[in-house]
Structure formats: structure tokens, C-alpha cells
Design a protein around this ligand. Structure first.
Ligand code: ZN
Length: 312
């Protein structure tokens, strides 16, 4: 029996690097992208278009985008917090824009200095800009703090749905849910994604889970079981959570791919090649801890990828 394939969206070069202090040199970023592409990843979030004065790590984002675009067969995505960032990202030629829209008012003000309604208007302006300048480009909204917020605590599910629907109405092609603070549990993930999918149908987007409390993979599996087919994750879980020393932030791509492939769910990613890409990451960030249990343990003897691909 073959199971529905999934798209693993690698967010390490943006979400991961953004929370790392050391700035990774451009040539190391490019070598890392080479390795990720060679491993079979088909979507990558390569950076964010924010002023370099605010985030020196992303000063080279346009160059990184242009490099990534030379590689065939993958979607090159960038985060844009506002219209100015979207203009620069479209000029660089990205395939997809992703916008952070908070479900929590407190997080919205802290993260983008706009309230939620203002951020929805930003989605509308960016979707209009896209329509005018590059109609083929996709616009994704990621609803952050969808499963809870460290600033405000519980985020009512009705509020999450209301913001997600508003983002879609404002022109987002896909709306995903993010467990920004690592507070989600599998029952909640099933409930919220089932509601999102019944509200938005095909425009319901990715699950962006964090492993702060060890539930990242369980939450991804719960989302898969209610029909989610795109998952954000970060190589080596890059971007450790500052609130939980020693715990990784993003779900580890290597562990996520192993889980799905072992279940018979095709990802298109080759695990040994993905493990090898860790060296390219480490070369650019010496001393940075790399997480992931599957690379540590190695693949089980006789392991085969979904679709019967044997390990090279
Ligand atoms: Zn994240």
C-alpha cells in the first residue's frame, strides 16, 4: 500500500539561522544549499527580507536567493514581514513569499510591531503587489502562535481560525499553522488543522512544529493524519529555543524524513545525503550544536526508503 507523499519544506536557512548568533558566511550558505538540494529537498526557505541593520545574518539574502534559483526542481521561498520586504523579494525572483501573521495580539505587536488587523492589511497589500508584478509567485501566510503564546498564554481556537480565514480572504494562497512557542499537543493539532482544512479546503497549508517539549514529531504525525501534506523543519533542528536550553526549536528534518520514509510515506529526500549535508552546515557554523536523533543513531540495518529506494 502506498501512502500519500509529503513535501518537506526546509526552513533552516531562514528560521534556523535567524536565531543563531554567529553570522554564517555567504559561501557557506551556498554550499549548504547545494547539499540540501542534492539530498532531494524540494522546497527551501532561504532567508528573510528585513533590513540588514536589524538582522545582519540576512544581509546577503538577495544573493542567496539568486543562487538558489539556479538549481532546478525546487521552490525558493523567503520570509517578508512587510511590503518593502516583498518588493525586494520579488525583485530577487523568489517563487514564494511567506508572511508571519500572529494569532496572538501580544505576539503580533512584539514580533512585527503591528496589530493583527494591520498585518492582515499587509497581506492584502503584498498579494496585490504580487498580482501586479509577478502573478506566478505564491503567497503563504504562516499563522504564528497558533497553539499558544508565551506572552498571552492560551490563544482561543476560534481566534486562530478567524485570523487564518482573514489571511486567506486578503489573498494568501496558502495558510499554515505554526507552533512558534512549542506548546502544541497532538490532540490540539488534529483539532485545529481539521478546522483549518474544513474552512479553507485546498488553501490550508503547512504544519510548522517545534520540538521544544519533545512533541514535534508527534504533532507532525497528528497533522498528517488529518490530511496535512506539507511540513516545515530545519536541518539539525537549527535554531535552538532560547527558553529551553539543550532543546531544539524546529523539528529536525532528518528525524522527520526518517519517520515518514520508515512509515512508507515518500518525501523524495535521500537520508544519507541529508546526513551528509550536516557537514556543510557545521562548516559554516563551527561550534553550533546540531540536533537530531536519527543521524546520531544511524539508519537501521536494511533500511529502505519509501517506494523501496535502498540506501546508496
Ligand atoms: Zn520555527
Amino acid at each position: 500500500m502506498s501512502l500519500d507523499p509529503v513535501l518537506v519544506s526546509e526552513v533552516g536557512p531562514r528560521d534556523g539561522l535567524q536565531s543563531v548568533k554567529a553570522v554564517m558566511a555567504t559561501h557557506h550558505k551556498l554550499a549548504w544549499l547545494d547539499a540540501l538540494h542534492a539530498a532531494g529537498l524540494r522546497e527551501v526557505e532561504v532567508g528573510s527580507f528585513v533590513p540588514a541593520s536589524l538582522l545582519p545574518q540576512m544581509a546577503d539574502v538577495a544573493e542567496v536567493v539568486r543562487y538558489a534559483l539556479r538549481k532546478p526542481g525546487w521552490t525558493v521561498m523567503a520570509l517578508v514581514p512587510n511590503r518593502r520586504g516583498a518588493e525586494a523579494a520579488l525583485a530577487a525572483g523568489v517563487h514564494k513569499l511567506t508572511l508571519p501573521v500572529s494569532a496572538s495580539e501580544a505576539h503580533s505587536l512584539a514580533n512585527v510591531r503591528k496589530n493583527r488587523e494591520q498585518m492582515i492589511e499587509e497581506v492584502r497589500a503584498i498579494a496585490a503587489l504580487r498580482n501586479e508584478r509577478a502573478p506566478h509567485v505564491k503567497v503563504e501566510a504562516g499563522i504564528s502562535t497558533a497553539f499558544g503564546c508565551t506572552l498571552q498564554g492560551e490563544v482561543p481556537e476560534d481566534e486562530v481560525l478567524r485570523i487564518a480565514e482573514a489571511a486567506a480572504e486578503a489573498g494568501a494562497d496558502e495558510v499554515g499553522l505554526s507552533d512558534t512557542t512549542g506548546m502544541a499537543n497532538p490532540a490540539q493539532v488534529k483539532r485545529l488543522f481539521a478546522r483549518l482544512r474544513s474552512a479553507l479546503g485546498g488553501r490550508a497549508g503547512a504544519a510548522h512544529m517545534h520540538n521544544t517539549r519533545g512533541l514535534g514529531l508527534a504533532n507532525c504525525l497528528a497533522a498528517y493524519e488529518v490530511g496535512v501534506r506539507t511540513f516545515d523543519s530545519s536541518q539539525a533542528g537549527l535554531g535552538g529555543c532560547p527558553y529551553a536550553p539543550g532543546a531544539s526549536g524546529n523539528v529536525v528534518t532528518e528525524d522527520l524524513v526518517f519517520m515518514f520514509e520508515a512509515m512508507g510515506v515518500p518525501t523524495g529526500v535521500d537520508l544519507p545525503a541529508l546526513f551528509a549535508a550536516r557537514a556543510a552546515l557545521q562548516a559554516g557554523l563551527p561550534g553550533e550544536p546540531l540536533y537530531g536523533m536519527t543521524p546520531e543513531a544511524g539508519l537501521p540495518p536494511g533500511f529502505r526508503h519509501a517506494e523501496g529506494r535502498s540506501v546508496r
